[in-house]
Design a protein around this ligand. Structure first.
Ligand code: DX5
Ligand code: ZN
Length: 220
């Protein structure tokens, strides 16, 4: 089943519990949680204690996207705070293989992430070890940017490799996705759709989630 993963980065942090309840009621399956350290990306967001506070009120799959240098140092903290999926950047990890092993040792799913200029070949040797591949369609660091269409080719490439090698990872797309380009994104073969400003910047958050899910479900 294809999924919507609204990105908390664009939520009103003063209204987190109620906004997350709205997206959950509207049918979103995942919650995308962007952790930034101000080193790997030029921005700081929030850390594990923040999403730990919403864990007790939400049954959503916590899809944590680490934009931090040497993520292996903090995997345990992120899992203990309630992550169900831990995504890290191949560009940020000294030993991606060990990082995947460490994530899976805690019984959660491991995702590997690539920036717009990183080719699929950079993660090819890890594809049989991950549960998810996250393809960035904007430079990581900020919400509200425009999707870079060339990046969608990598999603199609990953789908092809998955079929050829009989693998089962999900392919997630992150950056600049909204109602206006959702069909194009779905056509590329994405399984999990991240949307930050398109959801939390909307006048009616619940209605936007439902409208996006209506389109996403056509591709199941
Ligand atoms: C960017 C983050 C994204 C961001 C997406 O570094 O990884 O998850 O929240 O925001 P939109 O959907 O507004 O591009
Ligand atoms: Zn993200």
């Amino acid at each position: 089943m294809k999924k919507l993963s609204p990105s908390m980065l664009s939520a009103d942090f003063g209204e987190l519990n109620s906004q997350i309840e709205i997206i959950e009621r509207a049918g979103a399956q995942y919650l995308h949680i962007d952790v930034m350290d101000g080193v790997f990306v030029p921005n700081i967001s929030f850390g594990a204690p923040v999403y730990k506070c919403i864990r007790k009120n939400s049954g959503l799959v916590f899809d944590v996207h680490l934009m931090i240098t040497e993520p292996i140092r903090y995997i345990e903290d992120f899992v203990k705070a309630g992550a169900d999926i831990v995504n890290f950047h191949v560009e940020a990890a000294e030993d991606p293989g060990k990082t995947i092993e460490k994530i899976r040792s805690f019984g959660v799913k491991a995702g590997i992430t690539i920036k717009p200029n990183t080719p699929v070949s950079a993660v090819e040797k890890y594809l049989d070890k991950v549960d998810l591949v996250l393809v960035m369609t904007v430079e990581p660091g900020f919400g509200g940017q425009k999707l870079i269409p060339e990046c969608l080719k990598k999603i199609t490439e990953l789908k092809k490799i998955r079929g050829e090698r009989g693998l089962s990872y999900e392919i997630e797309v992150d950056g600049g996705v909204g109602l206006g380009n959702l069909r194009e994104v779905m056509e590329s073969g994405s399984d999990v759709i991240v949307a930050g400003s398109a959801v939390f910047g909307a006048d009616d958050i619940g209605k936007t989630v439902r409208e996006m899910l209506d389109i996403i479900r056509e591709y199941d």
